[in-house]
Design a protein around this ligand. Structure first.
Ligand code: AFP
Length: 306
């Protein structure tokens, strides 16, 4: 029988910085409570709203609290911000901590009642600065709460996948994940009648070339599909009435772009690499084309067409 490799050992043997190891391990503990709460917890509304004025679910608020307390407990995080917080929070334990963290505690939470997979997405930046380009990230990870809970992380040395076993331990499933140069599925976000004509032409190209539709409504689950199937493309484009699209740079796009690039894929806003964007605002959004290199490159060609 193959030897089980636990998350702690993988982090240690891959030469990850000791403090970063500790941070990722704490987050993995937080995810176990969130996974449990999703299975058994209250599904209603909390009676509050987030940074974007969206009504919060009880589980959104709970997941946010669990992660915030864990991060605080490490003493390693100077500043943190989540999609559910109304601004940046500095750590009570150590405002000089070596990292700043941005996270989406429950991505796809509007799917909870449909019992579909949802996730937690996390970006770790160096120092006391939240607004930095994504290429500065020292780690990115997401947890997927599906039929099985999974953890995918990168610290800039490949992308690695772990699954939670019945003893509530994350066990290595696949390391150094490598996407193929092209795939055969597409996940197109945004209402079709709001797509620009250039984006619609790109989608027609995919359909005419036999790509299969795979869109769940949870970014983490759709990215996980790309990773599991080793390719394809996800897009949430610029819309006619919202040229920045829907997805948030700090909480969703930076961490996923880092993870996918480390798996040999690409992520662009249609004209530039997502990780090169300099954010100027915590709630900044961006269009995204992410997945295998070929499809992301072709999207760029369609978006440039006059
Ligand atoms: P929720 O967290 O509000 O469910 O939003 C999920 C999300 O931010 C992202 O995970 C999805 O890819 C995207 O929105 C789905 O948006 P549409 O509902 O417009 O397809």
């Amino acid at each position: 029988m193959a030897k089980l490799i636990y998350l702690m050992r993988h982090l240690r043997e891959s030469g990850t910085d000791r403090k970063l190891q500790q941070l990722i391990l704490e987050l993995s503990e937080a995810s176990k409570y969130i996974a449990h709460a999703i299975k058994t917890g209250e599904m209603g509304y909390a009676g509050t709203s987030n940074l974007y004025g969206e009504y919060q679910l009880t589980l959104d608020v709970l997941a946010d609290k669990i992660i915030k307390e864990r991060l605080d407990h490490t003493g390693l995080v100077s500043y943190m911000i989540s999609e559910e917080m109304n601004g940046v929070t500095s750590s009570h334990k150590n405002s000089m901590g070596p990292y700043s963290v941005c996270y989406d505690p429950l991505d796809g939470s509007s799917l909870i009642d449909a019992n579909l997979s949802i996730g937690t997405i996390i970006s770790v930046m160096p120092g006391k600065q939240i607004l930095q380009p994504g290429k500065n990230q020292v780690a990115a990870l997401y947890f997927l709460y599906g039929p099985r809970a999974a953890l995918i992380y990168t610290v800039g040395n490949g992308t690695h996948l772990f699954v939670l076993n019945d003893a509530y331990e994350y066990i290595l499933q696949e390391e150094y994940i490598t996407l193929n140069g092209f795939g055969n599925t597409y996940a197109p976000g945004g209402l079709k009648q709001k797509w620009t004509s250039k984006h619609a032409m790109f989608i027609h190209y995919l359909e005419d070339n036999g790509y299969k539709l795979r869109y769940s409504g949870a970014f983490a689950a759709d990215i996980n599909h790309l990773i599991a199937k080793k390719g394809g493309v996800f897009t949430y484009p610029a819309l006619k009435d919202e040229e920045s699209g829907k997805l948030r740079l700090l909480f969703e796009l930076f961490p996923m772009a880092f993870i996918i690039e480390q798996a040999g894929g690409a992520a662009s806003n249609g004209t530039m690499r997502i990780l090169d964007i300099e954010p100027s605002d915590f709630s900044q959004r961006s269009p995204i084309y992410i997945g295998s290199k070929k499809e992301v490159r072709i999207a760029g060609k369609y978006l440039k067409k006059i």
